[in-house]
Design a protein around this ligand. Structure first.
Ligand code: UD1
Ligand code: CA
Length: 452
C-alpha cells in the first residue's frame, strides 16, 4: 500500500466573504468547506492531512480533525504566518512532507466538491510513472486561472493568468489547484520556486517548469469544472451549494431512494437514506439525519439530528429536532414537533403536537394537540409514555411525569402526576349543564339591545 499525505491549503482569510470566520469554515450542505475536502481525502485513502492555516485559525484544524475522526487519519496543523503564495503555503507543511510518503497531494480548502475518484485518478497517474499529476478542467471562462500548457501529454508549464501572453490566455484547459507529487523530488522542486512574477508571490505552479527542466514526467488529469469550483464570495458559496445539492440528489436517487421532486429537497452532507425510502417535495434534511429503508418523509417536513426507522411515516409538515428517534412503522403527522423524543415501533402522534424529552412506548397514541410541558423556564424534564397508552386530544403532560402502559388520558387533561398502567386519568374541570340558559341569555341580551 502506498502512503499518502494531503496538504490542505486554507490560510486564506476570504475577505470577499465579508465574514468573521475563516473562509473554509463557511458551510455547504451544513458541513464546513474544509471538512468536505478532508472527507474526500479520507475516501481516497489518504493517511495524513496537513492543514495549512493562517494565524488564529485553530477552528479550521478542529473541523478537519472532526471530519477525520471516523477515518483513522492523522491531522497535523501548520501555520503560514505570512501569505506569500501557494508555493510558500505548501512549504509551511515542510515537516510533514519530509516524512516518508509515496504520494503528496495538494488540495484547496476552498474547493470543497472535489471527488475522491479525482484524487485517486491523480494518485493513479503517479503509480503509473508520473512524478507530478495536475488536476485540470475546461473552464467556461478561464479568466483568472492558471493555464495548463500541454505538449504530447506532458504538462510543460502552468502559466498564471496575469503572466500569460494572448496565445496562452486563449487556452481553456486550467489548473484546478489540485496536484499530486511523488515525494522523492518534491521538496527540492518547492525549494527552487522563486517569486519573480506579476504578483511577487511564490507560485506552486512554477514547480511544473522546474520539474520539466529536471526531466520529470508531469501529467494532467481532467475533472469537470463543477467539481473543482472554488469559493471566494457568498454568490459562489450559493453556487457551490446548488452544485452540492444536485450531486447529492443524484447520489440519493441512484441508491434507490424515490424523490418525487428532487430539486425541492435539501440535504446535508451527512444525510443517510436507505433504499426504498420516499421523500416527497419540499423536505429539508438538517445535519445528522438517518432515514431507514421504506420510510416515507412527506411534503414540507424539516428533520435534523433525527433517526427514522424502517417504514415509518413523517409529515406532511412535521418537524423532527435533534435526539429524535422514530421507531419502525411509527407515524408522525402534520404540525407535530418532536425534540429529543424516542417513539417506539408503531407509536403515533398524528396531529398538532409538541413532544419533547419524551419516550413513547410501542403503539402508544398521542392525540391531536397534546403538548409535553417539558420546561419550567429553568430546567428540562422528561415525560414517559408507556406501551399502548392512549393520550386524549389537547392534553398537557406536565413533566416530569409518567403515563403507564395501556393507560388512557381523557382529552383536555392536564396531567401532573403518575398515571399507573391501565388506569384512566382525567385532569379537567367537570362539565356542567344548565338547561335553557342559552335561550334565556339570548332573550335578555336582545331586550337590552332594543332599549339602547
Ligand atoms: C491558484 C493557482 C491557479 C489556479 C487557481 C485555481 C497558483 C499560483 N495559482 O490561483 O493556477 O488556476 O488557484 O483556483 O497556485 N493560499 C494559502 N496561502 C497563500 C496563498 C494561497 O493558503 O499564501 C491558499 C488560498 O487560501 C486558496 C489557495 O491557496 O485556498 C489558492 O490560492 P489563491 O490565492 O486563491 O490562488 P489563485 O490566484 O486563485
Ligand atoms: Ca483562488
Amino acid at each position: 500500500m502506498t502512503q499518502a499525505l494531503a496538504i490542505l491549503l486554507a490560510a486564506g482569510e476570504g475577505t470577499r466573504m465579508r465574514s468573521a470566520r475563516p473562509k473554509v469554515m463557511q458551510e455547504v450542505g451544513n458541513r464546513p468547506l474544509i471538512a468536505h475536502v478532508a472527507h474526500a481525502a479520507a475516501e481516497a485513502e489518504v493517511d495524513t492531512l496537513a492543514i495549512v492555516i493562517g494565524p488564529g485559525m485553530a477552528a479550521v484544524t478542529e473541523a478537519a480533525q472532526k471530519a477525520a475522526e471516523g477515518a483513522r487519519q492523522t491531522v497535523t496543523s501548520h501555520v503560514q504566518s505570512e501569505r506569500l503564495g501557494t508555493g510558500h503555503a505548501v512549504l509551511a507543511a515542510r515537516t510533514a512532507i519530509a516524512d516518508r510518503y509515496d504520494h503528496v497531494l495538494v488540495l484547496l480548502g476552498d474547493a470543497p466538491l472535489v471527488r475522491p475518484q479525482t484524487i485517486q485518478a491523480a494518485r493513479r497517474a503517479l503509480s503509473e510513472g508520473a512524478d507530478i499529476a495536475v488536476v485540470g478542467f475546461r473552464a467556461a471562462d478561464p479568466t483568472g486561472y492558471g493555464r495548463l500548457i500541454v505538449h504530447d501529454g506532458q504538462v510543460v508549464a502552468i502559466r498564471e493568468h496575469r503572466d500569460a501572453d494572448p496565445a496562452e490566455r486563449a487556452i481553456d484547459f486550467c489548473n484546478s489547484g489540485i496536484m499530486a507529487f511523488a515525494q522523492a523530488p518534491m521538496l527540492s522542486l518547492l525549494d527552487a520556486i522563486g517569486n519573480d512574477n506579476a504578483k511577487g508571490e511564490y507560485y506552486l505552479t512554477d514547480a511544473i517548469e522546474i520539474a520539466n527542466r529536471a526531466g520529470l514526467v508531469v501529467r494532467a488529469v481532467e475533472a469537470p469544472e463543477t467539481e473543482v469550483m472554488g469559493v471566494n464570495d457568498r454568490a459562489q458559496l450559493a453556487e457551490c451549494e446548488a452544485a452540492f445539492q444536485a450531486a447529492k440528489r443524484a447520489d440519493v436517487l441512484s441508491s434507490g431512494v424515490s424523490l418525487i421532486a428532487p430539486e425541492t429537497v435539501y440535504f446535508s452532507a451527512d444525510t443517510q437514506i436507505g433504499p426504498d425510502a420516499t421523500v416527497e417535495p419540499h423536505v429539508v434534511f438538517g445535519p445528522g439525519t438517518v432515514i431507514e429503508s421504506g420510510a416515507r418523509i412527506r411534503a414540507f417536513s424539516h428533520l435534523e439530528g433525527a433517526h427514522v426507522a424502517a417504514d415509518a411515516q413523517i409529515g406532511p409538515y412535521a418537524r423532527l429536532r435533534p435526539g429524535t428517534e422514530i421507531g419502525e412503522k411509527a407515524r408522525i403527522g402534520n404540525f407535530v414537533e418532536a425534540k429529543n423524543a424516542v417513539f417506539g415501533p408503531g407509536a403515533k402522534a398524528n396531529h398538532l403536537s409538541y413532544v419533547g424529552d419524551t419516550s413513547v412506548g410501542a403503539k402508544a397514541n398521542i392525540g391531536a394537540g397534546t403538548i409535553t410541558c417539558n420546561y419550567d423556564g429553568f430546567f428540562k424534564y422528561r415525560t414517559e409514555i408507556g406501551e399502548g397508552a392512549f393520550v386524549g386530544s389537547n392534553s398537557a403532560l406536565v413533566a416530569p411525569v409518567r403515563i403507564g402502559a395501556g393507560a388512557i388520558v381523557g382529552s383536555g387533561s392536564v396531567i401532573t402526576e403518575t398515571v399507573p398502567d391501565d388506569a384512566l386519568a382525567l385532569g379537567r374541570g367537570r362539565q356542567v349543564i344548565k338547561e335553557g340558559r342559552a335561550a334565556q341569555f339570548r332573550e335578555t341580551k336582545s331586550n337590552q339591545k332594543k332599549h339602547d
